[in-house]
Design a protein around this ligand. Structure first.
Ligand code: NCD
Ligand code: ZN
Ligand code: ZN
Length: 350
């Protein structure tokens, strides 16, 4: 049997746990259970709920639900369409950051592009602005950042053009970071097509040459973020399937497998799954929160997942690295496939 390794608790700044409003897809208990099973001890939830998190009231409601159900630490992003600036100063102390959608995706909360500069002006906080910004809006993002240089994290960079834009902004010294998802690293457009709706997410999967570019420029990325975006099998099989795939339980094993294949180093893994997300979110971490990972090989199976949707685009893959134990602030909260934490024992990150 292969040995186990110890890693710090992983931090994912980009998940959609669907609570409240769409708890048939996921909820704070199942979503944070999936997080622990995947080696994450902190996640940040996005605001594109059925009723989006555009007001302090909605945010407070969401936080109080999470307080009852979360089994790992959890933070929240606020949302905007550019018409709720009066709420901003009330939420600075309650959120991880602000999320802005510049392209069409699940929920449909895309902003009028003319509003981006106003939003940047209004967000008078050091907490980052998370952007869903694909290639077609990169010039707008660049010019906005040049005139109003607020901390910005570009979510789920998926192509050569998108990564080149971020690298250029970094070269200019702009306060920008970016994330890549495991699906954009481990699946190309052709493989996505074979998966049908189960390989359908925003940004769309890209041709193999883009995927290769991402691997060839891995240090252009600060963070590997799961963009855990669960939908039910039934929804995915419908005539109008929603965008998004789950990812909390498959990200670490995919990355550890790539490490074993020599595609990245342990220090890159630690930077992208722990240190850089901690820095982005301003989190202190210490030795009392850690995970033990069994380094033997296994197959990803839908049946083993804690995520409520019960499927993964990576089902059937052979990977290395199954989380055996999770210790959160000194307490064992997950062990050998079973949860060992009470609902509500996770902390709210503010
Ligand atoms: C996400 C979702 O389902 O909420 N979907 C996706 O395809 N990534 C939204 C998003 O992150 O764009
Ligand atoms: Zn997005
Ligand atoms: Zn997302």
């Amino acid at each position: 049997m292969m040995a186990s390794i110890i890693l710090p608790g992983l931090i994912d700044p980009h998940v959609h746990l669907r609570d409240p409003g769409q708890i048939h897809k996921e909820d704070f208990f199942t979503g944070t259970s999936a997080a622990l099973a995947g080696g994450y001890t902190t996640v940040v939830d996005m605001p594109n709920n059925a009723e989006p998190i555009f007001s302090e009231k909605k945010l407070d409601e969401k936080i109080s639900i999470a307080r009852q159900k979360a089994v790992c630490d959890i933070g929240f992003n606020f949302g905007t369409l550019g018409d709720n600036f009066d709420q901003f100063s009330n939420v600075y102390d309650k959120v991880a950051g602000l999320k802005v959608y510049l392209n069409i995706t699940t929920g449909g909360f895309i902003i009028d592009k003319k509003k981006l500069a106003e939003i940047y002006q209004a967000w008078e906080s050091d907490k980052p602005i998370f952007l869903h910004a694909e290639d077609d809006v990169s010039d707008l993002v660049l010019s906005t950042l040049r005139s109003i240089p607020r901390r910005t994290h570009i979510c789920h960079v998926s192509s050569q053009a998108e990564l080149e834009f971020v690298m250029k902004a970094k070269d200019e010294g702009l306060p920008i970071t970016c994330g890549v998802t495991p699906h954009h690293l481990f699946l190309n457009e052709t493989e996505g097509d074979k998966l049908g709706a189960f390989g359908h997410m925003k940004p769309l999967l890209k041709p193999e040459k883009d995927r290769q570019f991402l691997w060839d420029h891995l240090d252009g990325f600060d963070i590997v973020e799961s963009d855990h975006a669960p939908h039910t099998k039934q929804e995915k099989q419908s005539d109008n399937p929603p965008f998004g795939v789950p990812g909390l339980e498959t990200t670490l094993p995919l990355i550890l497998t790539a490490e074993a294949e020599g595609k990245l180093t342990r220090s890159q893994l630690l930077a992208k799954l722990h240190t850089n997300p901690a820095k982005l979110l301003g989190l202190q971490t210490d030795q009392t929160t850690k995970i033990e990972v069994d380094m033997s090989e296994y197959e990803i199976n839908n049946e083993d997942l804690k995520a409520k949707c019960g499927w993964s685009p990576f089902a059937g893959r052979r990977v290395i690295g199954k989380v055996k134990k999770v210790i959160l602030r000194g307490s064992t909260v997950y062990k050998n496939g079973s949860l060992a934490a009470e609902a509500g024992s996770g902390r709210i990150i503010q």
